[in-house]
Design a protein around this ligand. Structure first.
Ligand SMILES: *Cc1c(COP(=O)(O)O)cnc(C)c1O
Length: 495
């Protein structure tokens, strides 16, 4: 086949002017690999009967391959899902002051495990121990990778080969991977369930506690609510019972927030201080849920229990790095000035934004939204919606908000999925939510400063009538070019 022979060589292509700048930007290795992959693809297409492309077309395809290959996988997105603390989108967004603290810790050496008073070795937990004691009323505290790790370490340290008494109504599953019964088993503790799904009484616990009991535990039912004919034993009564039998009472708070959220019109979420005041010997909670900080698991409580936990060799395996500690210290420091928290703690700022403010924003953005959807069989509008807090926090509570909405004209719900895809393929992907035959972009989490960037990228390729009565994006206009899955790019690297 002559046409195959006439295809340019790798070296010939690399000397194309268009590829010089690619090499300057990304290096010879990446561009050469992309050239090889593109040539393999072109050779196969020519063998299959396609016309051989011109060199500049091949160079352009190489450019798209390199761009797709080099694009960071951890891309920033607009979270317009209506879920403020979205686990799949990284939970709490950190305040700028916290981001600066992380950058400082990353840039230069820091006194992570170094005591600047004595010049001796320090303990990394000391970075936040004082703040956590101050903010929770606990005697001591420690930090691990996330709350799942905190619960695991607590059980493994204090209840290995012992029984842990928990109400049947609290055997929660968080996002599939964290299930209280599984974590217990892996930690070497034996779960003893008491009561029923909807009601547990003090006598249920009383009958279950015996010489084999290691802990009495309460797990906050963070991502669901048991409503109706229900009963749970107050923490203070569980604490008294546990202490009468000489065992600790521990509470997995899940989210946990350090202040009473009701002062800002949000629903009440239990705080570590409340549990500790009620008699809990240890509490665990997440750093990146309502607390609004980095991913971390916090343990706070009695000094001797924290000391035991810190001596467990698994603590070393579950510890956090300096970037997390820097973020956590800076986040916790904001809680020293609770009055200004809603302005300074980004997660709380988003949760407390007023409906009126979000509505004004929606009105500013409506013209851009309507213009973007002009070529689509969709009605663009704004409408009230309800945001959720997310991350399993306060599962039944909703916050009034306003969304940009797209509704199909007639029965064409498939078009909503095309729109959802087009939004995902924007330079800064926009993640919305489809429900009740409409796609909604809840504007609660769109910052004023980002409004312009959001609106100016809202251009979708026109729709082509596809087969089977569906719609598809016109290939020539696809904003992010689809790349054939050829070596050396693995499936995982190319969408
Ligand atoms: C979220 C949650 C966890 C897990 O916390 P992570 O920080 O996500 O590991 C554990 N227990 C409860 C009750 C939770 O709500």
């Amino acid at each position: 086949m002559n046409e195959l022979k006439n295809l340019p060589s790798v070296d010939r292509l690399l000397s194309e002017a268009a590829l010089h700048s690619l090499v300057a930007e990304h290096g010879r290795t990446v561009v050469t690999d992309a050239v090889r992959a593109e040539l393999t693809f072109v050779r196969e297409s020519v063998k299959a009967g396609a016309a051989p492309p011109a060199n500049d077309a091949i160079a352009a395809a190489v450019g798209r391959r390199v761009a797709a290959h080099m694009r960071p996988r951890l891309q920033p997105v607009f979270n317009l899902t209506g879920t403020v603390l979205h686990t799949n989108l990284g939970r709490a967004v950190l305040p700028e002051s916290v981001v600066e603290a992380v950058a400082r810790a990353a840039r230069a050496p820091c006194a992570l495990e170094y005591d600047l008073e004595t010049g001796g070795r320090g303990d990394r937990d000391d970075v936040v121990d004082g703040l956590l004691r101050e903010l929770t009323g606990a005697e001591a505290a420690t930090v691990v990778n996330n709350n799942a790790a905190a619960v695991f370490l607590l059980l493994n340290t204090l209840a290995q080969r012992k029984e842990v008494v928990v109400s049947r109504g609290e055997l929660v599953e968080i996002g599939g991977a964290f299930r209280v019964p599984d974590i217990m088993r892996r930690a070497g503790a034996k779960l003893v369930e008491v009561g029923t799904t909807n009601r547990s009484h003090l006598r249920d616990f009383d009958e279950a506690v015996n010489a084999k009991t290691g802990l009495v535990m309460k797990v906050h039912t963070s991502n669901y609510a048991v409503q109706g004919f229900t009963a749970a034993v107050p923490e203070a009564e569980l604490a008294t019972l546990a202490h009468a039998h000489g065992v600790p009472f521990v509470v997995d708070l899940g989210s946990g927030t350090l202040v009473n959220l009701e002062q800002w019109g949000l629903p009440h979420e239990p705080t570590p201080r409340e549990s500790i005041e009620a008699g809990a010997d240890l509490v665990t909670f997440s750093g990146d849920k309502l607390l609004g900080g980095p991913q971390a698991g916090l343990l706070a409580g009695r000094r001797e229990l924290i000391a035991k936990i810190k001596k467990n060799p698994l603590k070393r395996a579950l510890r956090v790095g300096k970037l997390t500690l820097a973020a956590l210290e800076a986040t916790l420091a904001l809680y020293r000035d609770p009055e200004r928290l809603p302005q300074r703690l980004e997660a709380l700022r988003l949760l407390t934004r007023s409906e009126a403010e979000i509505r004004a924003q929606a009105e500013r953005l409506l013209p851009a939204w309507q213009a973007a959807l002009a070529g689509w069989p969709l009605d663009a509008a704004i409408a009230p919606t309800l945001s959720q807090i997310g991350s399993g926090s306060l599962p039944v509570d909703r916050l009034p908000s306003v969304a940009l909405v797209a509704r199909p004209r007639g029965k064409r719900s498939g078009v909503l999925h095309k729109l959802e895809e087009a939004l995902r393929r924007l330079p800064m992907p926009v993640i919305g939510h489809i429900a009740d035959d409409a796609l909604r972009l809840d504007l609660r989490c769109l910052n004023r400063a980002e409004e312009g960037a959001f609106a100016s990228q809202l251009h979708f390729p026109p729709l082509e009538k596809g087969g089977l009565g569906g719609f598809k994006l016109a290939a020539s206009d696809a904003i992010r070019q689809q790349i054939p899955l050829d070596p050396p790019f693995s499936k995982g690297e190319v969408e």
